[in-house]
Write a protein that binds this ligand. Sequence first.
Ligand code: HAM
Length: 423
Amino acid sequence: MPPIAALRGMRDVLPAESTAWRWLLDTHRRVAEAHGYRSIDTPILEPTELFERGVGSGTDVVEKEMFTFVDRGGRSVTLRPEGTASVVRAVLTPRLDQELRPLRLHYQGPFFRNEKPQTGVQRQFTQVGIECIGERRPDLDAEVIETGWRFFEALGIGRVQLQVNSLGSVADRARYRDALVAYYEPLRDQLCDDCKRRLSTNPLRLLDCKRDRRFVADAPLIWDHLSGESRDYFTAVLARLEAAGIESVSNPRLVRGLDYYADTAFEFWHESLQGSQNALGGGGRYDGLAELLDLPPEPGIGYALGAERILIAARAEGVAPSPEAVCDAVAISVGEAAADAIAQVARELRRAGLRVIVDTTERRLDRKLRHTDRLGARAGVIIGDDELAAHSAVVRDLSRRSQQSVPRALLADAVLSLVGTAS
Ligand code: HAM
């Protein structure tokens, strides 16, 4: 029988990648918390209706990409394709405390979309995100965008381009939708099958189609359909971004794949990602989302960023950290008699905060030391009969290949100081 492989579009993250993953996730947590965002976790499995109503049944995500199945109780359930609808549900049932506004939340975890796997597109992927719920102010739009921007800065990813747009109010978008339909309807026969369908379900998505790109240049612009209020709001957001020293590109053709957006929409692009997959992440304002879920109306804005895509960009810019050494020290006994003593030494060193592996191989000492080198350890701690008798240990600097005998009582300090020095 062939071995059982992972499902298509779903990958294992092996230990060699874990340093880069931890770096990315910890950095996002730190930057989000520095801006006052607190951690939230929502379930991975949700009622399908949450996304049908929240994300919108005419979106690609809901129409074609969700992992949906009927559970044993006969309910339709879905592996979450995104996090915003869940976060809004979680914090608005029960009603939001007046004192807490706005609520600042951050999250990270797995999400699922049944897309065609390719570079930067997986069926299980990881997002880091933030949501700011309960107030509508241009300062908060700018704060959310700035948090994402500072996160990329903290990672050292420099070539990020911020694209911003205003999708206007519900009324603005209805007017714009009519204008788009009027423009595209005479072209219907030349459109791809997806766009023919989108023309009645979700005309804004036509601007995003890679196959029908040739029609986009002459399509009407959302900015010509914005009310004065929406225009002023967008101008205020842009001014706040400029004041923060954040460069943005205003892009009237930027539309987002989810239905709940109004007013500010944005994406972070990176050149290392090709074509339709060029967004490291994106977000926007979703003031109508709570109502779609029959929750008390509350405004909100947030973003989500794709961790796998960020790692591609980080590697392209050479800023992703290399895999960490497996341990700081390897504890080696020579001869049966020292086995208990070396296990005890390992315990003492771990208590002092060191990462220690006890060597259990049956090899000659020189081969043991070579193996130790391969683990990336800085120190070898060796006990044989002589050391046992003298209540000492040999501490070997594995990069400089020097060694010294150290009394057991001073061992932890000696190894700590060796591990702390440059190799
Ligand atoms: P989204 O644009 O659908 O927004 O996804 C955000 C990011 O998740 C994408 O830019 C991409 O980096 C990553 N992503 C999405 N699908 C995949 C995939 N199949 N494979 C790899 N990465 C993927 C949202 O999800 C909204 N909830 C963002 C938001 C938060 N808006 C307001 N608050």
